[in-house]
Design a binder for this molecule. Structure first.
Ligand SMILES: Nc1ncnc2c1ncn2[C@@H]1O[C@H](COP(=O)(O)OP(=O)(O)OP(=O)(O)O)[C@@H](O)[C@H]1O
Length: 350
């Protein structure tokens, strides 16, 4: 059923900004047939409050007969907040960011997209959990959040006592920007928003005690790495590359960025390193050879491991097509890489 813009505005009078205790600010409404596209400004985005509002808007509009809703959020500008508003928005110090936190943060970076960085991040997180560690995984790849799909995660976070409880799969607690987007609509982030989003992922999320927090960074050498450094100066980095010399050249730029951000590089993971015939065991270096080692040498860090191209039928034990179980050959490789990364981290600390 199609709702008029005026009706939508009336319906949304029921929805409050939970931080400010007044009506939400609607930036724009577009109605195209059955599709309603809405942009809303809140005091705090990427937060438990946003989730609450998101849910309420969807419920209110669906109850009124709306079929399909696209929702985007932005934060209210400084000048839109009164002094009282600002008092209501007292910042918290996230415990994960405190200098006493025992959680080790590892960011996974790549020079370009499509090298399998998210797949590697997810499998590494699962392996660390298999090794007995308490693990969190942040999908900070805001331009193309793919962790929930890779983990085949159906659950969404829950809100308890104003905190976001991250859903868990394969023993890994997961947070993704995907949870803050309805209908998979693209999230457009400007520079300063990225830092805020990350900050909220630390302050708003009830992670519990974690041994490792992995962050799947967006590909490239953008602002997010700098934001991560500002928030978490002790974060370490792992670079993912394919074996092709060109891919390695691009990965080198991500490595230089890590160095510029004063992040220690723990090591390099080469993905899609070769194809191994199941019948003959013969390896074919489909995407070239040596790129991972070249990057590792460039930064004087270890090559933590080389993951071959997965073949149909190879995965299955875990029930997911992208996550490898402990009995699968690639699963064992990830376990070994995770063990190697833990050792590298201890050496860096020593
Ligand atoms: N070792 C592998 N063997 C076969 N396919 C792989 C392998 N690693 C990743 N892939 C596939 O390659 C594609 C890209 O992987 P993924 O999304 O993890 O890359 P990415 O580097 O995170 O990309 P982006 O940053 O653009 O999201 C996916 O379809 C994934 O299933």
């Amino acid at each position: 059923m199609s709702l008029s813009e005026q009706k939508i505005r009336e319906l949304l009078l029921q929805v409050e900004d939970p931080n400010l205790h007044r009506n939400i600010t609607i930036r724009n409404i577009k109605v195209k047939g059955d599709y309603i596209s809405l942009k809303v400004a809140l005091a705090k985005t990427a937060s438990s409050e946003q989730m609450e509002v998101q849910q309420k808007i969807v419920n209110v509009l669906k109850e009124a007969g709306a079929d399909s809703i696209g929702l985007r959020f932005e934060e209210l500008k400084e000048e839109e907040l009164s002094i009282e508003d600002k008092q209501k928005l007292q910042p918290e110090t996230p415990s994960l960011l405190s200098e006493h936190s025992q959680t080790k943060v590892i960011s996974i970076a790549s020079g370009k997209g499509g090298v399998g960085k998210s797949t590697v991040s997810a499998n590494l997180a699962v392996s660390l959990s298999r090794l007995g560690y308490k693990v969190g995984l942040i999908d900070a790849d805001i331009y193309g959040f793919s962790i929930p799909a890779i983990m085949e995660l159906e659950k969404r976070p829950e809100i308890k006592n104003d905190k976001i409880i991250p859903p868990e799969k394969y023993g890994v607690k997961i947070m993704s920007m995907a949870f803050f987007s309805e209908d998979n609509s693209p999230v457009l982030w400007r520079g300063p928003m990225l830092g805020k989003m990350l900050n909220n992922f630390f302050s708003e999320v009830e992670w519990g005690e974690l041994d490792y927090l992995l962050m799947d960074l967006p590909p490239g050498t953008g602002d997010v790495a700098l934001d991560v450094h500002r928030l978490l100066p002790s974060s370490k980095e792992i670079l993912v590359t394919t074996p092709h010399p060109n891919a390695a050249y691009v990965a080198e730029r991500a490595g230089k960025m890590a160095r510029k951000a004063e992040h220690e590089i723990l090591g390099v993971i080469e993905n899609m390193a070769y194809y191994q015939s199941i019948e003959t065991g013969k390896r074919e270096y489909v995407f070239g050879r040596g790129g991972g080692q070249a990057i590792a040498d460039k930064f004087s860090v270890p090559l933590l491991g080389s993951i071959p191209l997965a073949q149909p039928g190879e995965h299955g034990e875990s029930g997911s097509t992208s996550i490898f179980g402990k009995e699968e050959s690639i699963g064992k490789m990830y376990d070994s890489i995770a063990g190697h990364a833990v050792k590298s981290l201890e050496m860096v600390k020593a």
